[in-house]
Design a protein around this ligand. Sequence first.
Ligand SMILES: *[C@@H]1O[C@H](CO)[C@@H](O)[C@H](O)[C@H]1NC(C)=O
Ligand SMILES: *[C@@H]1O[C@H](CO)[C@@H](O)[C@H](O)[C@H]1NC(C)=O
Ligand SMILES: [Cu+2]
Length: 205
Amino acid sequence: MLSILSSLLFAPTVLSHGIITAPPSRAIGSAITTACGQTITNAIKADNTSYVEQLTKLATSDTKFNAATCNLYLCKGLQYADNSANVQTWKAGDVVPIKIWLRIPHEGIANVSIVSTKQNKQVGEPLKLWTKGYAPGKTEKDVPLEQREFSVTVPNGLESTCATAGDCVLQWWWLGTAAKQTYESCVDFKTAAASGYTQERAFKA
Ligand SMILES: *[C@@H]1O[C@H](CO)[C@@H](O)[C@H](O)[C@H]1NC(C)=O
Ligand SMILES: *[C@@H]1O[C@H](CO)[C@@H](O)[C@H](O)[C@H]1NC(C)=O
Ligand SMILES: [Cu+2]
């Protein structure tokens, strides 16, 4: 009982917990303030590894928060317009190394997926999926390295869906199941024509 109480009392609330550091992930700018209001911008500025539930709570206190333009459950509301200088260009078969700064672990589930931003819908299967045991322990060192540094392979079939920058993101999504905290971090990318891939396949075959 006492331990439950103290863990509630001392649960970290402000300085939380994870973000993609490579490739460059979405950051704040003027567009998120327009879309989400100053309170959300300030919160992400203070801690860009914070969790979505904290932001949704803060949003209720800001009359400038607009759910129609700010979906906190997609890239934490971070906007393409603030990140158009950081668009990666990938083609099917590319192997993309990803690095995550996981400040404070909360054991749970996670995945890395391509998400179409207009519908906030996953495109295809997750590129990485942890159905349990993601981010265990108390400090970053407790989290297995392969959960923080790994590669994904760009799948086939994104050639038209993700040809235009801003239409798709690679999203890292993590839910601390006991903490009930959701983390999201997004990389903007567009796909290049897949002709090179086809040739390479034909050559190897
Ligand atoms: C997140 O914040 C850290 C400082 O705490 C900074 O070094 C890093 O560039 C920021 N990353 C993004 C994507 O905002
Ligand atoms: C994968 O991540 C998405 C967010 O991008 C989330 O909505 C979905 O529930 C996750 N799926 C699994 C199986 O973890
Ligand atoms: Cu936490």
